[in-house]
Design a protein. Structure first.
Length: 91
């Protein structure tokens, strides 16, 4: 449902796709392109994205189901870098 009906914000190396929900809180899913080789690398990106979401929930759309889609040119290395990139998208 999120992919079909969601609104999209495109950043450098990633996209946020979100659709409002009626739960009263955010949910996040992380999608990483298979062209990013190596399970260790993909899992590290997932950990960094989850940590960014945990620390900076206010930057993400409120009361929404969110898919954080990572593309092969993704280059952010820390939760702070991800948070600043997401903040630029929301403005």
């Amino acid at each position: 449902m999120v992919y079909r009906q969601g609104k999209r914000w495109h950043g450098k190396g990633f996209s946020l796709i979100f659709c409002p929900n009626e739960l009263g809180y955010n949910r996040i899913g992380i999608s990483i392109h298979r062209k990013l080789k190596g399970a260790v690398k993909r899992n590290r990106i997932k950990r960094i994205v989850r940590e960014s979401f945990r620390l900076e929930r206010s930057l993400y759309p409120q009361c929404a189901d969110i898919v954080f889609a990572v593309r092969p040119d993704f280059s952010l290395k820390s939760p702070a870098e991800i948070a600043s990139s997401v903040a630029k998208l929301g403005t």
